[in-house]
Design a protein around this ligand. Sequence first.
Ligand code: PGA
Length: 321
Amino acid sequence: MRHSTLRQLEVFEAIARLGSFTRAAEELFLTQPTVSMQMKKLTDAVGLPLFEQMGKKVFLTDAGRELHKTCREIFKHFSHFEMAVADLKGMKQGTLRLAVVTTAKYFAPRLLGPFCQQYPGIQVSLKVSNRERVLERMADNQDDLYILGQPPEELDTIAEPFLDNPLVVLAPANHPLAGVKKIPLARLAEEPFLLREPGSGTRKALERLFADHNLAIKVRMELGSNEAIKQAIVGGLGVSVLSCHTLALDAPMGQLAILDVAGFPIERQWYVAYPAGKQLSIVARTFLDYLRQAPRLAGGARWPAETGTDRMPAAKSARRR
Ligand code: PGA
């Protein structure tokens, strides 16, 4: 095994990730016979099959999965080494792997713009999925840093709040409750709700609030995106609870009203988190330092006038869950 070359591991990693010899060959600019030969040598060195072919798709065997895990660690160490060398040369270079929850897509790219300008040598890979999927990625240690609305209880993590994330009740502008002051939560519970999909952090926060008050949510429809929910509200299908950030861009604001309901806004924060004990790369630490100035950087990101809420206050200190 020790005689296997780094190149073989690189080819193996690409096949494991892409699930195909052909696509791995394309990505690495190699011919198919070269890829097959490299994998034969690697399989001989391991002494066990690494792949199972089913139709056109390639699956990993148990040995293949173990090797894939090891490969990811090896390549991570290499890229940390490359970053350290670049740092010694006075440059910040490398890839920042960021996974963020769906709702963070409204501000994360805007935070990344100035960061990438400041550090042109840093490339960013941004994965956007709902909370549940982001937590799976975190448990699997797939990225450098994670942005989510509540630090996970299930995992030992370091989490730092860096931005406020109020959740508000949205209704169509012509809704009978629009403009009414201090609507009781029990009255809101009579309205049909448009809910995000299970696994969404926004949905979880709403469910928790209703459960704390022994109220049931009247679910009219489940939708997998904030955008679809806003459109469905405008279409008169129901009300919903979403992050204020979803109103930042292209919100049909004239057609939406924020209801003044007791217990709202739900005061949440955005956290940047990573598993406790994780060795952060230089690039990840650079981004973390940058995020600590986020409220200043987010400068123009005021809430829409209708909400009456002003700029987001600065982050509080780091905490460990
Ligand atoms: P979501 O997460 O986009 O999965 O709803 C948002 C949050 O956790 O606040």
